[in-house]
Design a protein around this ligand. Structure first.
Ligand code: FAD
Length: 374
């Protein structure tokens, strides 16, 4: 390998790339905006798919470690209607192909698999510029710079690397999630704990509903989904947790109390997560010395694939660089062409799944999906 690899972003994508390169003896440096590995909590559970996340972890040589993180029983699925009646209930019989892990533990596993000093914490990229002949300069918020012969933007939705390749910017998809948790729920919130069951709960009506997961230690992690314009959320003062909670809960007046309790009795302040997407067919012409992966390349409607695809992109790129150490451009061309097809297909499917989840026929369309109906 004749060039240095600079990765922007220590999310699951950037870390998987650094790890796969390390497995092949190729050093890389990851620059991450956050100050430390514990700067922020890392969101809830992720199911790791057989055709994307799992092969990526295999390429990273971490399958055994990953298996050690799997939360048994969490592949159970329940669908409830707004009255709390159970419409669909599938136990986790151990045969499901998408084991659930905590995102924070998965990230920690990847961090622990890298040589010391691979990650440069507290390095927020403020700009990038082409220097010619495939080299780029990266500028950080503190004014410092690095130059590199291979720059990989794994810096998520608001990538600062993307402008080197594309003018696209994410657009609001018309829906936001509001995140909240109940702790020690079997004891403190037994009705909600029973409603969620052992794994995932879907209680959806057109344009709104609850997605909840049982995590470790009786924690119920909920995303309250609401199709409302950004202005509607902007009018809610989320610094006033009680008032914001009451305002969101009001949207579910008349729903079963064990469901509304997932927001109304939240043990954490509600956190709004506006959802954005890039165009489904987002792609770019090859620019020497730079590429993107994960959300930076193909942020899409939430479809349970984003983290899996970010890891898969990263593993494919790491393997391709290792296969073409003296011809990185060939590696990047191959990877980008395959990624464009893969991500467009996933985004198209995501649009369809989004309609099954939140369209006019939900929750019946959702149950059809789970039962393999039309
Ligand atoms: C509510 C919600 C639920 C989701 N659930 C799932 C799910 O169940 N399954 C699934 O597969 N996907 C899920 N996703 C999608 C998933 O979170 C993303 O697709 C995935 O995190 C993308 O990984 P990434 O590494 O590309 O980017 P990210 O995880 O966004 O990581 C980017 C990293 O870059 C850093 N960074 C950003 N800007 C800069 C900068 N300027 N300078 C330096 N560093 C920077 C960030 O701090 C971050 O560490 C969900 C998303 C949301 C919003």
């Amino acid at each position: 390998m004749t060039t240095d690899v600079t990765i922007i972003g220590a999310g699951l994508g950037g870390l998987t790339l650094a790890r796969v390169l390390h497995v092949h003896g190729i050093p890389a440096t990851v620059y991450e905006a956050e100050a430390s590995p514990t700067a922020r909590t890392q969101g809830g559970m992720l199911d790791i798919h057989e055709d994307s996340g799992q092969p990526a972890l295999e390429a990273a040589g971490l399958t055994d470690e990953f298996r050690g993180l799997v939360l048994e029983g969490r592949q159970a699925i329940r669908v409830l209607d707004r009255d709390g009646a159970v419409l669909f209930d599938k136990a986790d019989d151990g045969t499901g192909g998408s084991p659930e892990v905590l995102r924070g533990e998965l990230r920690q596993m990847l961090l622990g698999s890298l040589p010391a000093n691979t990650i440069r914490w507290g390095h927020k990229v403020s700009g990038t510029r082409a220097l010619g002949e495939g080299r780029h300069q990266v500028t950080f918020a503190d004014g410092s710079t690095v130059t590199t012969g291979l720059l990989v933007g794994a810096d998520g939705a608001w990538s600062r690397v993307r402008p080197l390749l594309s003018d696209a910017t994410p657009e609001y998809i018309g829906m936001s999630a509001v995140e909240t948790c109940l702790f020690d729920a079997d004891t403190r919130h037994p009705a909600s704990a029973k409603a969620v069951g052992g794994g995932s709960l879907f209680a959806l009506a057109p344009g709104k509903g609850f997605l909840a997961h049982r995590e470790k230690g009786g924690t119920l992690h909920t995303y309250v989904m609401l199709a409302r314009p950004r202005d509607w959320f902007a009018d809610i003062d989320f610094t006033d947790a009680a008032a914001a909670t009451a305002r969101i809960a009001q949207e579910f007046t008349g729903w079963a109390p064990e469901l509304t309790a997932l927001i109304a009795d939240g043990d954490t302040a509600p956190v709004p997560r506006p959802l954005f997407g890039l165009p489904v067919e987002h792609r770019w012409d090859r620019v020497p010395g730079v590429t993107l992966l994960g959300d930076a390349a193909h942020l899409s409607l939430p479809n349970g694939e984003g983290a899996n695809l970010a890891m898969y992109d990263a593993a494919e790129l790491g393997k391709a660089i290792a296969a073409h150490p003296d011809d990185v451009e060939t590696a990047l061309t191959e990877c980008e062409q395959a990624m464009f097809l893969r991500s467009a297909a996933a985004a198209t499917e995501g649009t369809y799944v989004h309609e099954l989840f939140y369209g006019d026929d939900t929750p019946h369309s959702l149950i059809n999906m789970f039962t393999g109906g039309e």
